[in-house]
Design a protein around this ligand. Structure first.
Ligand SMILES: Nc1ncnc2c1ncn2[C@@H]1O[C@H](COP(=O)(O)OP(=O)(O)OP(=O)(O)O)[C@@H](O)[C@H]1O
Ligand SMILES: [Mg+2]
Length: 319
């Protein structure tokens, strides 16, 4: 049988993930609700949202490991319901807890993956991957004895070894140090530049800012998507940036005031945000004349926007 995507023309479709209305419940509790998303080929797409919001569940639906209760769509041009086996062969999935064999060596882990995918030269493929991920000299070290950062590199090597077209990375940088995170993201960008599509879930704002597009999901609902700038622009938050002294006193005074929905320190400034611009201005008016502080109308940070979205979704969906 022909192995090419049913909808494919001679060139690959320009959309790698195209799903609509995905819904999934566990024991009667809906954890993914009417979720639609599109990811372009060669793009790095970030998936953000609080714990338990349905990111991993969505990732597992996309690669055919879980069947949605309703909804439809395609991944790499293959139908997510009918062609799960074909999708699995073209997707590299790095699970939330790296699935390495702890008591196999670096080399053995990679050769195992190569054999699993029926690659003709498993040893050669493992050797190439070891060189690419910079694990030369550590081939015989047991995976279980590697540091967190090296484990992460090995896991990325294992899921890129079979030359997938799409990488699904579920919190790949949780618990690794900043240098390893930066190296990892440089690698992800290099892979995307070669045409690989990457869907990556993360809780880190700096990582969100390195994605071409992002989606924010809370309580199973996809609440915002687009480029970082678009997500910020679409938020209905007005934000004032305050610099000066005695932030703690100001925070205590502003917190809970009508019109003030959020007060958060950011580096050397304080972000004071509200959904109702006029009400916010009324609330801060008494403090703006005080020479202790300098007030400047600004833009909310991505984190401000996410915290606001999360607060609102809690009100809407959790009752
Ligand atoms: N196989 C399962 N059976 C029952 N409940 C499940 C199953 N998998 C996930 N859940 C529940 O579904 C909800 C969504 O979980 P999911 O793992 O998709 O969230 P997440 O966004 O990936 O969270 P985190 O950021 O903590 O990884 C959670 O409440 C979780 O307990
Ligand atoms: Mg998860």
């Amino acid at each position: 049988m022909n192995d090419s995507p049913t909808s494919a023309r001679s060139d690959a479709p320009s959309i790698a993930i195209d799903v609509k209305g995905l819904t999934k419940s566990f024991s009667g509790r809906e954890v993914v609700h009417d979720l639609s998303m599109q990811v372009k080929r060669g793009e790095i797409y970030g998936f953000l949202g609080p714990n338990g919001s349905g990111k991993t569940t969505t990732i597992r639906i996309l690669c055919g490991l879980l069947t949605p209760d309703s909804g439809e769509g395609s991944c790499l041009g293959y139908d997510i319901r009918r062609d799960a086996d074909k999708i699995k062969r073209k997707v590299g999935y790095m699970t939330q807890r790296f699935s390495l064999y702890q008591d196999l060596s670096v080399r053995e882990n990679l050769e195992f993956v190569a054999r699993l995918y029926g690659m003709p030269d498993a040893r050669g493929a493992a050797r190439d991957t070891i060189a690419r991920i910079g694990l030369k000299g550590r081939e015989e070290q047991l995976a279980g004895e590697l540091s967190g950062g090296w484990k992460q590199r090995l896991a990325l090597g294992a899921c890129t070894l079979p030359n997938p077209q799409l990488l699904l990375l579920d919190e790949p940088t949780a618990g690794v140090d900043p240098k390893a995170r930066r190296d990892f993201w440089n690698e992800i960008h290099a892979l995307a530049a070669e045409g690989l599509t990457v869907l990556v879930s993360t809780h880190y704002m700096d990582e969100a800012e390195r994605c071409h597009e992002i989606a924010y999901i809370a309580y199973g609902h996809l609440l915002a998507h687009g480029t970082v700038d678009e997500v910020i622009a679409k938020s209905e938050l007005s934000t004032w940036l305050v610099t000066g002294e005695d932030f703690n006193g100001l925070m205590a005074e502003l917190n809970g005031k009508p019109g003030v929905d959020m007060v958060a320190p950011f580096g050397t400034s304080l972000h004071v945000s509200g959904r109702d611009k006029a009400a916010l201005e009324t609330a801060i008016a008494p403090y703006r004349g005080d020479s202790k502080w300098h007030w400047q109308a600004g833009e909310p940070s991505l984190e401000d926007v996410f915290i606001d979205l999360m607060g609102r979704s809690r009100d809407n969906f959790q009752g």
